[in-house]
Design a protein around this ligand. Structure first.
Ligand code: HEM
Length: 474
């Protein structure tokens, strides 16, 4: 295998694994903040127990997210040094603000939140969790500012063979930032809600192993989770639709690839629900079409045609010179449909789930198949988020920075196929190990349940609280 393919594989692997935990921690932090706020408002001790219990799950995702983030940055420097040099002047500022401000805010207040349950009043304590959530959202924002430059470069001058920043404001005003940011945050909210609901549903399937207290906490968590997932599902739908409209104008090749459209469409354009493409021959092998829908999706109108990849390839060749400008069409076509499909499914499950958990007749808890359905949804956001990033990143092919810098020019000049193969294997084993540990720890927490956890906390308290005089006197 050649260097570019191996480096791209490693980038995909580290990004996908890291991104399992990013929306996990943003979403669960938000749910925990909401639960603690309910405790402060309602003064119901059960909400406090819920907050502490799900707070532990959040801590696990935060820890693994940090570790995988470090590996992600490391592989950047190792494999993509030419690219790092090209965008260094642009990426320096947002990534520094991310590390110094956003991550600092998140980790400082997380420490305060963990160790001050007995030290400060409930109102101040809940504000720590909101600041942790804000920090994680700001972190995502600054990373997406950098990513958006790769999709739609703004605020730069091309000098000395690299992009140099000449307008920081233009980086922030980049419309791509706001599309990506709103969609990513909504997807994280959806993930937080559905994870809490799904894990609670799994736990409620083994009700006989739960105390009365744990059962009531998991039931409450399931409902809160579904409410948040419903909000997130509607959010991804609205923001995803905005992104699609922007893509038609801004990255038409990416858009045409997600629709598997080689030839220009008719006007009005029909939408292809399922299809398979022969990428070598540049043709659709089969497809099922629905009239008008592509015009509606692209322009919110019953008319309007969409340019196909063949004519877009000609315009790109005329503008940038001879190359293959066709992205991997089948991967993009199917990733897009899987992402949207899971979005629709979570919307349906959260709506129906909320209906069947309403106080008058909460039949969901009694029906194992319903609990299984909600439980299995736990995995949906991991798949949908991965597919979303595949669409975004595969779709800028063959560029690392759209219209400016190509992948083949981006790799480090001094890495070899052997060294890349070796690091790919090492990272794969490392991620596999981390995934197993994370899974084991989450399942262990879920098994313990909120009440056992409280007993354990009482026993451990003096040793875990650094502000407790006893900790240092012992
Ligand atoms: C329900 C309808 C949805 C629509 C119409 C939609 C639309 C889109 C589009 C057009 C993109 C590519 C944007 C670009 O390349 O600039 C995208 C990317 C993405 N989507 Fe979705 N999406 C939907 C659901 C979801 C769901 C359910 C999730 C995850 C839970 C999700 C997560 C993502 C992520 C992480 C990205 C990559 C970051 C970004 O470019 O915003 N999406 N989505």
């Amino acid at each position: 295998m050649d260097i570019v393919t191996l480096a791209r594989f490693q980038f995909a692997m580290t990004t996908i694994f890291h991104y399992f935990f990013v929306p996990f921690s943003i979403g669960v932090a938000l749910v925990v903040a909401i639960m603690e706020t309910m405790y402060v408002i309602k003064k119901d001790e059960n909400y406090k127990k819920m907050t502490k219990f799900w707070g532990n799950i959040f801590l696990l995702s935060f820890a693994v997210g940090v570790v995988t983030g470090i590996i992600q940055e490391f592989q950047f420097g190792m494999n993509w040094s030419a690219y790092s040099r090209f965008v260094g002047d642009i990426f320096g500022a947002p990534l520094a603000v991310e590390a110094l401000l956003a991550f600092f805010l998140e980790s400082t207040f997380l420490g305060l939140w963990m160790f001050t349950w007995q030290r400060v009043g409930p109102k101040l304590h809940v504000s720590f969790m909101w600041l942790v959530t804000l920090g994680s959202i700001l972190s995502a924002f600054w990373i997406l500012v950098a990513n958006s430059f790769m999709q739609h470069p703004t605020g730069y001058t091309y000098r000395n063979g690299r992009a140099e920043m000449n307008d920081f404001g233009a980086l922030l005003k980049n419309p791509q930032v706001w599309y990506e940011f709103s969609h990513v945050i909504m997807a994280a909210i959806l993930m937080g809600g559905i994870l809490i609901a799904g894990m609670s549903a799994f736990r409620l399937l083994k009700k006989h192993t739960l105390s009365e207290l744990s059962t009531s906490i998991f039931k409450k968590s399931l409902r809160v989770g579904l409410g948040i997932a419903l909000f997130g599902s509607l959010g991804v739908l609205v923001t995803g639709d905005m992104q699609m409209q922007a893509l038609v104008e801004d990255q038409p090749m990416k858009f045409a690839a997600t629709e598997g459209l080689y030839e220009d469409s008719d006007d009005p354009a029909s939408w292809t629900a399922v299809a398979w493409m022969d990428e070598a021959e540049h043709e659709r092998v089969f497809g099922i079409h629905v009239p008008y829908v592509l015009s509606i999706l692209s322009y919110h109108s019953l008319s309007g045609g969409v340019e196909g990849m063949e004519s877009l390839n000609e315009s790109l060749t005329a503008e940038y010179g001879d190359d293959n400008y066709f992205p991997p069409v089948n991967a993009m076509f199917w990733s897009f449909r899987i992402m949207v499909g899971f979005g629709m499914l979570t919307l349906l499950v959260s709506m129906v789930g909320l209906f069947f958990t309403r106080q008058k007749s909460p039949s969901l808890y009694k029906k194992p198949w319903m609990l299984w359905t909600v439980g299995l949804m736990t995995f949906a956001p991991f798949i949908a988020n991965t597919c979303g990033w595949l669409v975004t990143e595969l779709g800028r092919y063959p560029w690392t920075v759209y219209g400016m810098f190509k992948m083949e020019d981006s790799v480090s000049p001094n890495v070899t196929p052997a060294s890349l193969l070796f690091s790919n294997i090492v990272y794969f084993l490392l991620f596999g190990g981390l995934a197993v540990v994370m899974f084991y720890l989450v399942v262990r927490e879920l098994r313990k349940g909120p009440d056992q956890q409280e007993e354990q906390e009482k026993e451990e308290e003096p040793a875990t609280d650094p502000f407790d005089g006893g900790t240092f006197n012992e």
